[in-house]
Write a protein that binds this ligand. Structure first.
Ligand code: ADP
Ligand code: MG
Length: 258
């Protein structure tokens, strides 16, 4: 563990081994070919923002990484394990992958702490004390220790989303997937959620983030991927893809965001 950390500290992102590898990924719903051959490598500690118009397949791509959708063709590897292997232990795969959605999906009848401990106890079989410890640690990370006993309905949308992030983190994931995590929030609440995501990026978490927050993508992403029509149209640094897009489709998409 220690030696792995020190290697991470000196190796530039591009030379690290891929944490997520996606090869020739296809996904159809009936006749609707939603993903038409996606190839993407994400290195350990890398932050990749996925942008693109509505319906371009961004959510489907994320959902194929943790098998919420079963790919029609192609392979996905997470941390060296092929998650698309028919014999894979899906629960073991999902334990390594945290996912945060636009809708926070907290259990309304449970307190914040109970929301964090329940999946640890059910999925990881942690005992009460161990689960409570991870819950407290991760609530502190997202700045919500004082809300431990509160119910979700008493929290702002931004606070609920930070609880959802803490709940995912308490499971000890290797990678985090975010699907438009700030899209359902009032503008004044977006900043606190992005700040938590920035902290995770600084800590070296491997992250795939579907977002329309271009300022966040520019500041935090190592790479930006622009998708349209189920393919990756551009993949490069934020300066390149957002600042100087090579394709007309990317320029058109970005111009509509302004
Ligand atoms: P994005 O996140 O980029 O807006 P999605 O991945 O959600 O795009 O959707 C891409 C296409 O896939 C859309 O045409 C959508 O209707 C279709 N789609 C997504 N999920 C399903 C599903 N579970 N069943 C049928 N069609 C789906
Ligand atoms: Mg989507």
């Amino acid at each position: 563990m220690e030696s792995e950390k020190s290697v991470e500290a000196v190796e530039p992102v591009g030379t690290r081994r891929p944490e997520i590898r996606i090869r020739d990924l296809h996904k159809s719903f009936g006749d609707n070919q939603v993903l038409r051959g996606i190839d993407l490598d994400i290195a350990q500690g890398e932050v990749v923002c996925v942008i693109g118009p509505s319906g371009s397949g961004k959510s489907t791509l994320l959902r194929c990484v943790n098998l919420l959708e079963e790919p029609t063709r192609g392979q996905v590897f997470v941390g060296g394990t092929e998650v698309t292997d028919p014999d894979v232990d899906i629960d073991a795969v999902r334990r390594r992958i945290g996912m945060v959605f636009q809708q926070f999906n907290l259990f309304p009848h449970l307190t914040v702490t109970e929301n964090l401990t329940l999946p640890q106890r059910r999925v990881l079989k942690r005992d009460k004390a161990r689960a409570a410890k991870a819950a407290a640690e991760n609530l502190e990370r997202v700045g919500l220790s004082e809300k431990a006993g509160a119910y979700p309905s008493s929290l702002s949308g931004g606070q609920q989303q930070r609880v959802a992030i803490a709940r995912a983190l308490a499971m000890g994931p290797r990678v985090m997937l975010f699907d438009e995590p700030t899209s359902a929030l009032d503008p004044e609440l977006v900043g606190d959620v992005l700040a938590v995501m920035r902290m995770l990026a600084d800590e070296g978490m491997t992250m795939m983030v579907v977002t329309h927050e271009m300022a966040f993508a520019r500041e935090v992403a190592d790479r930006v991927v622009f998708m349209d029509g189920g393919v990756i149209v551009e993949d490069g640094t934020p300066e390149r893809v957002i600042g100087d897009p090579a394709h007309e489709r990317t320029r058109h998409f970005l111009s509509r965001l302004l």
